[in-house]
Design a binder for this molecule. Structure first.
Ligand SMILES: Cc1cc2nc3c(=O)[nH]c(=O)nc-3n(C[C@H](O)[C@H](O)[C@H](O)COP(=O)(O)OP(=O)(O)OC[C@H]3O[C@@H](n4cnc5c(N)ncnc54)[C@H](O)[C@@H]3O)c2cc1C
Length: 261
């Protein structure tokens, strides 16, 4: 069988993990290809205006050379000048890191990965139909593929009125609008803060009680309006307040989603 390219190691994903691994592979002299849109999740699915919870020590270089500290120094800055790290700063750091390490990801999307018994490796097929034969593969595609809005909820809401936090990253239209955020982890509270900063009329967050550990593989969520009311009081139509629904999420799914009403 003919292949468009061959490699010892295919790294699928050009986010922090893929880039970091590529740097290490180069250092160890391992011939490899890294594929994916560089830092795509950070460019397309992170909220504008966000600051990272990680500090300068969360850098990409396994060799501790091209660190965030080193990047800041190039600009005549220290760690304390750049912390908390803004999304924009971290994106620039990742770009600089790629330049320093000479990492040039192939901007392909892999649609299929097969084990090839004849060639004793893996065959990756891109969305353009090109094939890559790889002896080894590391998967680093991130968690974008796991974003989920429960079907029970989708059936209740008009399509244009809700989104997953993963896709709601531009708060331009937030001014004066009211939001219900379902979920109670980092994304939920981060979005609540950012929406308020962007002038949202009200933000309510609904989530399960915090003391409940991830005890079972199915977690029941209950809709509980008004857990947190900020700024303007909720002039909610009766229809919303009287809603009551249960839906389940499979374990391990983080993030939240917003309902605009
Ligand atoms: C709002 C928010 C804030 C966060 N803040 C922090 C923080 O401060 N600190 C922290 O440590 N973590 C933070 N995280 C988590 C962080 O986003 C992830 O830990 C990190 O992005 C994981 O890196 P990754 O390389 O595994 O995946 P990603 O960054 O998701 O990268 C995935 C890569 O895979 C590529 N890819 C995916 N599918 C394919 C395919 N089929 N073919 C080819 N390429 C593909 C993509 O193009 C991309 O290049 C935050 C997450 C969110 C949502």
């Amino acid at each position: 069988m003919q292949f468009d390219s061959k490699t010892n190691l295919l790294i699928l994903g050009s986010g922090p993990f893929g880039l970091s691994l590529s740097a290490l592979a180069s250092h160890l002299g391992i011939e490899h290809l890294v594929v994916g849109q560089p830092m795509e999740f950070w460019h397309k699915h992170m909220p504008k205006g966000m600051y990272l919870r990680s500090a300068c020590d969360w850098h990409l270089d396994p060799l501790n050379v091209h660190t965030i500290e080193a990047f800041a120094l190039v600009q005549g800055k220290t760690n304390s000048d750049v912390e908390p790290l803004s999304l924009q700063f971290y994106q620039s750091y990742a770009e600089w890191f790629q330049q320093q390490k000479g990492i040039i990801p192939l901007r392909h999307k892999i649609e299929k990965l097969d084990h090839s018994s004849t060639d004793n490796g893996f065959v990756a097929t891109t969305d353009k139909g090109a094939t890559i034969l790889a002896s080894n593969v590391v998967l680093a595609p991130g968690f974008r593929h796991f974003a989920m809005v429960p079907e029970e909820l989708m059936g209740l809401l008009p399509a244009a009125r809700f989104s997953h936090t993963c896709d709601y990253v531009d708060f331009g239209p937030a001014r004066g609008r009211r939001y219900l955020i379902i979920g109670g982890r980092q994304s939920a509270f981060e979005w609540a803060a950012l929406l308020l900063e962007a002038g949202a009329g009200a933000v309510h967050v609904s989530h399960r009680p915090f003391q409940t550990p991830h005890a079972s593989s199915v977690v029941e969520f209950q809709f509980r309006p008004n857990l947190r009311t900020t700024q303007k009081p909720l002039k909610t139509p009766q229809t919303l307040v009287s809603w009551s629904f249960n839906f389940s999420l499979r374990r391990g799914l983080s993030s939240a989603f917003c309902v605009v009403y």
